[in-house]
Design a protein around this ligand. Structure first.
Ligand code: ZN
Length: 243
């Protein structure tokens, strides 16, 4: 499977950027994980919105779902032009009344049960409820060959260690520097991301949901104090693929 970072800013997009959105592809199937602000624009550098086969959402904060509405419009306009459009499934939890807004003429909200694995195309997805001010689910996504763990938005909890165990890639919410405390905001520091990556023995760590202030390479340096493996800052167009 192949992962492309579409958006990685936390809270709001920096100039010419996008907030959380990741494109997963395998055998021609495309899955968008979260659809943050600016992501529909950025997505079109890689695929047409009409080529999306499914979307899955971690939670309903604006920086993860802001572009769902315009994605619905994109599918609608495409139908008017081509006369052809399949309904796009948007998988999400139902612990928020905003779930209803996911169903539109050309999109359909589909509830996932976080207690059970979900099969979407070639992907099998399991969930972990995160520590966040609103209900939010991190995901472990496998294609049967490799595993990607996406923390979505979360404060530190040691539950991440077994959940991310031996993952090939850990995409971690790193919204704070090591000298800060993200627990009340529901986000992690570079130190906490590095600690989870180390204890879970993941192969690679990708720091995402990044802050707009200070020198972000410092986050990598700080995470490396706790984790000896490969650490990268998320960037638009960053690609990971299993080998
Ligand atoms: Zn959030």
């Amino acid at each position: 499977m192949k992962l492309t970072v579409i958006g990685y800013w936390g809270g709001y997009p920096a100039a010419d950027g996008a907030t959380s959105a990741y494109l997963l592809e395998k055998d021609g199937f495309t899955l968008l994980v979260d659809a943050g602000s600016g992501s529909l624009s950025k997505l079109q550098k890689y695929i047409s919105p009409n080529e999306l086969n499914a979307v899955i959402l971690s939670h309903y904060h604006h920086d993860h779902v802001a572009d769902i509405g315009v994605l619905q419009y994109a599918r609608l306009v495409s139908y008017y032009i081509t006369g052809v459009q399949e309904v796009l499934p948007i998988y999400a939890h139902t612990e928020d009344q905003k779930f209803a807004s996911l169903t539109h003429e050309y999109t359909k909200g589909i509830e996932y049960n976080p207690e059970k694995p979900l099969e979407v195309g070639p992907f099998r997805i399991t969930f972990l409820k995160t520590k966040h001010p609103v209900p939010c689910y991190g995901m472990r996504i496998t294609d049967g060959k490799s595993s990607i763990v996406y923390t979505a938005d979360t404060a530190y909890t040691e539950e991440w260690v077994p959940f991310a165990s031996n993952a090939d890639l850990l995409i971690a919410d790193c919204n704070f520097y090591a000298d800060q405390d993200g627990s009340n905001a529901g986000h992690m520091t570079s130190k906490e991301c590095g600690t989870i990556a180390d204890q879970a023995n993941v192969k690679q760590l990708l720091l995402s949901h990044l802050p707009q202030y200070r020198e972000r390479n410092q986050l990598v340096t700080e995470a490396k104090h706790y984790y000896q493996g490969s650490v990268n800052l998320a960037a638009e167009g960053f690609i990971w693929r299993n080998t």
